[in-house]
Design a protein around this ligand. Structure first.
Ligand SMILES: NC(=O)c1ccc[n+]([C@@H]2O[C@H](COP(=O)([O-])OP(=O)(O)OC[C@H]3O[C@@H](n4cnc5c(N)ncnc54)[C@H](OP(=O)(O)O)[C@@H]3O)[C@@H](O)[C@H]2O)c1
Length: 296
């Protein structure tokens, strides 16, 4: 392990975009010796003024530290950036956003090159990095031993949550949370479209909406319990038949307000399909079953 006079291990960080730069500043602020590399070298200049050492090549950065963190655009850029690097004996932590399949393939790629591999999914935006109690964290999965060895270093810049030895799990968790967020913001867009042209304070409406969405998150626990038990009728408070009737009011209101139903309709159609299967007494959890399609 590299040691600097801070006594902390050196970190080699590849990628100085918005997120990489935030990580770099947070490690420097926490007193970690840091080697940085970026495809466009000028992005490293402000950081060298703050104590980082800039490597001329990615291979040189990799050679400088046991812990190598890649924070690049996509999985392809990780492969191309590291093409000439000697990864033997290195611990590669790739926090570049990718799919579970890309993480598993990248783990095998790293293993063949003699490195331990951990994939990361960053649940934060750059201003949250290095800020205690910001709520930002990173999901990690892959080599448990490598994670344990570097956990303190990783935790110096964000929360660090290890979710399993299957390298794909961090990205799966990341994408699952982002997918839920996407659906939530689709609903938020629809809600604002309904009220924006009426005599409604949008700021006041936003407060009501935020509180409502927070209150409704309790339902995710009941969904988990129902999926685990296979019993979709116990624990629900609003059965599917009732919810489908309610949806018809949502769609009709959209029509009255001159708002497209293109965000709302796909979900309501799935609920209608489940109801048509005679599952009106269930919770909406049965929609999860309808979403299963062959893997690609
Ligand atoms: N920003 C966020 O809010 C956020 C939040 C969560 C996760 N993330 C994830 O963090 C990762 C980095 O995001 P970012 O915001 O830092 O992105 P960014 O500002 O767009 O920076 C992209 C970085 O990738 C480098 N790069 C692109 N193609 C490359 C290639 N072929 N070879 C080598 N380097 C290449 C760029 O180098 P150049 O400077 O030379 O172009 C730059 O350092 C992404 O996977 C992103 O999904 C970001």
């Amino acid at each position: 392990m590299n040691a600097h006079d801070t006594g902390k291990p050196r970190v080699a960080l590849l990628g100085l975009g918005d997120m990489g730069t935030a990580l770099a500043r947070a490690w420097l602020a926490a007193g970690y010796p840091l080697t940085v590399w970026n495809r466009t070298p000028s992005r490293a200049e402000p950081l060298t003024g703050e104590g980082a050492e800039a490597a001329a090549t990615a291979a040189e950065a990799v050679a400088s530290a046991r812990l190598v963190v890649t924070c690049l655009l996509d999985d392809e850029s990780v492969g191309s950036a590291l093409a000439d690097a000697d990864l033997a004996g290195r611990d590669l932590f790739n926090v570049t956003t990718g799919t579970p399949g890309q993480a598993r393939a990248r783990e095998e790629w790293a293993r063949v090159r003699g490195a331990r591999f951990v994939s990361g999914g960053i649940m934060a935006v750059p201003p949250m990095v290095g800020v205690p109690d910001s709520g930002g964290y990173v999901f990690y999965s892959g080599s448990r031993e490598a994670f344990a060895e570097h956990e303190e270093t990783l935790s110096a810049v964000t929360g660090a949550v290890f979710v399993g030895e299957d390298a794909g799990l961090a990205d799966l968790h990341d994408v699952a949370l982002l997918s839920a967020m996407s659906g939530m913001f689709a609903g938020v867009s629809h809600a604002f479209a309904l009220v924006r042209d009426e005599d409604v304070s949008l700021e006041g409406f936003a407060s009501l909406l935020a509180d409502w969405l927070s209150a409704m998150t309790i339902g995710v626990h009941s969904t988990a319990r129902q999926l685990e038990s296979g019993d979709y009728t116990t624990g629900g408070v609003s059965n599917l038949a009732m919810q489908v009737r309610g949806n018809r009011t949502l769609l009709r209101t959209a029509g009255e307000q001159g708002v497209s139903t293109e965000l709302l309709a796909p979900y309501t159609e799935l609920m209608e399909r489940r109801l048509a299967q005679g599952r009106g007494e269930e919770d909406v959890t049965g929609v999860v079953d309808l979403l299963s399609v062959p893997r690609r």
